[in-house]
Design a protein around this ligand. Structure first.
Ligand SMILES: [Zn+2]
Length: 452
């Protein structure tokens, strides 16, 4: 079916155009052009008027842990390891199948309401093998969001048992679920994700990299998040720092996306850029956990592709990429005392098309051949005013002043999922009801089968 979506303003090539329309056929963008001309050219297309709305690409959340939404508010204002133990480690093994599913519904519903149309979930509750992955895939389908699972490969046995797999099992399970979805389902993609240098052995990291090559995907890994992690690794790996260790394992190339990258030397950033690697930048989470500040200007200078992530909702504690655009820009300006070190166009690109580029899927741009993933924003919201005739304030307002109340419509894969600011798939009140029930069970100590 052909549809002609007619917003008031359309975002294209970093500017806004008035009275432009997008032709969508099923789930793809076919063409954009002046609305009247498009109407004449495609008389059979069904007209879909997004009245008074500004059409922008859906945002891409490049790093999240969906189950952590249920742990929000449980361990705030604590050092990293205390936060980890009181939130993640205290609850992870208690998650039943139902809790995993409901946690994902909760996380995905909230972020979609805030304009996320694609999420990459770095997922490691493996108690139920690939069935765990299927549960969050089902949740994404029920919510209507596009999902990339960075399926975590984790063999450090000091963590909750549910996270841990042998190298052979991690490879087999990741391959199984990837073959089930990659290239067969446009709404789901699986990529390997060795957890980190502290939670994945060198053999696991190399296996993840090799599997990425086999599957034709990238791979994600947490790198240099906390300063102490770099010091610990130096002791274990002959004085080498994180990216140097990855390089010695032969895995630094264009398939690599590092998450965080806070504590890197200049030479490591240069290496990442030279080899065509990417960064998943999570500014709010880095602030929340007192990690430190990633050197974004150095990343930009070295042509590292940067996407934005909310990280888990118990280390942020919000779940919005528009929020991360604002945080990325403000934090970097404060850190460098340079108001021009990064601008609103840079961070908007990071939260949209760069995310699509890193994940290897055609999302994040309103252009022919891209997926019909859109956010409709109203300018008739106090947080979006004023706008001038020349429209030059639209993008800075979206990045710096917009509140979620201005997000009125969301479309994912050609299907309207949010209208008048309300989720159309699973109503917010139903999600809240389930969150309350699940939290009661988790607090009362109902345990999953592999607890221990
Ligand atoms: Zn993470």
């Amino acid at each position: 079916m052909k549809r002609l979506i007619r917003p008031e303003f359309l975002y294209s090539n970093e500017t806004f155009i008035k009275e432009y329309a997008v032709l969508v056929e099923d789930d793809y963008i076919m063409e954009t052009g002046p609305a009247d001309e498009m109407n004449r050219k495609y008389p059979d297309a069904v007209e879909d008027i997004w009245e008074n709305l500004i059409l922008v690409p859906g945002t891409v959340n490049i790093h999240n842990h969906c189950f952590q939404s249920l742990l929000r508010g449980l361990a705030c204002d604590r050092p990293f390891l205390e936060w980890r133990d009181k939130a993640l480690y205290a609850y992870s093994n208690k998650f039943t199948r139902d809790h995993i599913y409901q946690g994902a519904v909760f996380a995905f519903s909230e972020m979609m309401r805030h304009g996320v149309t694609t999420v990459c979930d770095f997922f490691y509750l493996h108690h139920f093998g690939v069935e765990s992955d299927e549960l969050i895939i089902q949740a994404a389908k029920d919510v209507g969001i596009r999902l990339v699972i960075a399926r975590t490969m984790y063999d450090w046995t000091g963590a909750p048992k549910g996270y841990v797999e042998t190298v052979a099992d991690a490879v087999a399970n990741t391959r199984t679920i990837a073959k089930r979805y990659n290239g067969k389902d446009d709404m789901v993609k699986i990529i390997p994700a060795p957890h980190s240098l502290h939670a994945a052995s060198p053999a696991m990291i190399q296996a993840g990299h090799q599997l990425a090559k086999e599957l034709g995907t990238g791979f994600h890994i947490h790198i240099a998040e906390e300063k102490f992690q770099v010091e610990d690794a130096k002791k274990k790996f002959n004085g080498k720092t994180h990216l140097e260790i990855l390089d010695s394992l032969g895995v630094v190339d264009e398939t690599l996306t590092i998450v965080h990258g806070v504590w890197l030397k200049d030479t490591e950033v240069e290496l990442l850029g030279e080899r065509g690697g990417s960064l998943a930048y999570c500014p709010s989470s880095n602030m929340f956990l007192a990690d430190g500040i990633t050197d974004l200007p150095a990343m930009l200078k070295n042509h590292v592709t940067i996407g934005l992530g909310s990280d888990g909702a118990c280390s942020n504690n919000r779940n919005s990429v528009f929020e991360e655009m604002r945080m990325a820009a403000l934090l970097q300006k404060a850190n460098t005392c340079d108001a021009m070190c990064v601008n609103y166009k840079d961070v908007f690109r990071m939260g949209t098309e760069n995310g699509g580029k890193i994940l290897g899927i055609p999302v994040g741009k309103i252009e022919k051949g891209y997926k019909a993933d859109f956010v409709g924003i109203t300018a008739e919201d106090l947080s979006m005013q004023p706008i001038s005739e020349s429209l030059e304030q639209l993008l800075p307002n979206i990045v710096y002043s917009m509140q979620p109340s201005a997000i009125r419509k969301v479309m994912v894969n050609g299907t309207l999922t949010v209208n008048y600011g309300k989720n159309l798939t699973i109503p917010e009140e139903d999600v809240i009801k389930e969150v309350k029930r699940v939290m009661k069970e988790l607090k009362e100590g109902s345990t999953g089968p592999s607890a221990g």
